[in-house]
Design a protein around this ligand. Structure first.
Ligand SMILES: C[S@@+](CC[C@H](N)C(=O)[O-])C[C@H]1O[C@@H](n2cnc3c(N)ncnc32)[C@H](O)[C@@H]1O
Length: 208
């Protein structure tokens, strides 16, 4: 059996573009490998910022078959569209409909921002958390950092952060600064040596 770091590196060699759909499938595959790797990370999956549900559907496929939960945190259009991007809850539901129909108990949804007071206590009910995909509000270093710290406080084993290597230079600077700041102060390591020939947008951070 392999370590999750090997799976992460290998999986980036099977994908060649930074196309969103490739990223969705890659992250879904990594979560699948998380449950089967040598260290066997048993636990639930958290997604901060689910948008149209294109990654959520992969999480549901895998996690539910291992009897794990997928916890989605996203205010969708309940909040200012200018700030939150205006992703529609109905569109999210349409994407995941086929998976959720038979596995409703697998999806836990909080239609609130991750920074909402009390979010940590809500998530404590779903420990242990094996994997978190941090893809919510990324407009300041503080916002990204607060999501990472929240997941670290819940002892999350693997954190995936989107846009660390974004095509948008401003976004890339904000998210990567947050990740480096986080690693300096928390017992997590970033998976290095990911396929240098492919444009891999996200980064994976693993608890030591
Ligand atoms: C780019 S989309 C997520 C895409 C999705 N993860 C995927 O892989 O397809 C960003 C989402 O973050 C949500 N969002 C923005 N601020 C948030 C916050 N503070 N907490 C949780 N979600 C947030 C937005 O509503 C939007 O749906």
């Amino acid at each position: 059996m392999k370590e999750i770091e090997d799976y992460i590196i290998e999986s980036t060699y099977s994908f060649t573009s930074s196309d969103g759909l490739e990223i969705n499938r890659r992250i879904g595959m990594i979560v699948h490998n998380l449950f089967t790797c040598r260290r066997g990370f048993a636990g639930n999956v958290v997604e901060i910022g689910a948008g149209l549900g294109n990654t959520t559907i992969h999480f549901l496929k895998t996690a539910c078959s291992y009897n794990k939960k997928v916890i989605v945190i996203d205010p969708f259009e309940d909040f200012d569209a200018g700030v939150f991007g205006g992703y529609l809850y109905d569109e999210f539901l349409t994407t995941i409909e086929s998976e959720v129909e038979s596995k409703q108990e697998c999806l836990i949804l909080y239609r609130e921002p991750s920074q909402e007071k009390g979010m940590k206590n809500k998530l404590i009910e779903h420990l242990p958390i094996a994997f978190a995909f941090v893809d919510g509000i990324q407009d300041t270093v503080e916002n990204v950092l607060s999501d990472l710290v929240l997941m670290a406080e819940l002892d999350t084993k693997v954190i995936c952060v989107d846009d660390v290597n974004s095509n948008n230079p401003k976004r890339k600077k904000i998210v990567s600064s947050a990740v480096f700041e986080f690693i300096k102060n928390h017992p997590y390591n970033m998976v290095e040596n990911i396929n240098p020939k492919a444009h891999i947008r996200e980064a994976y951070i693993i608890k030591e």
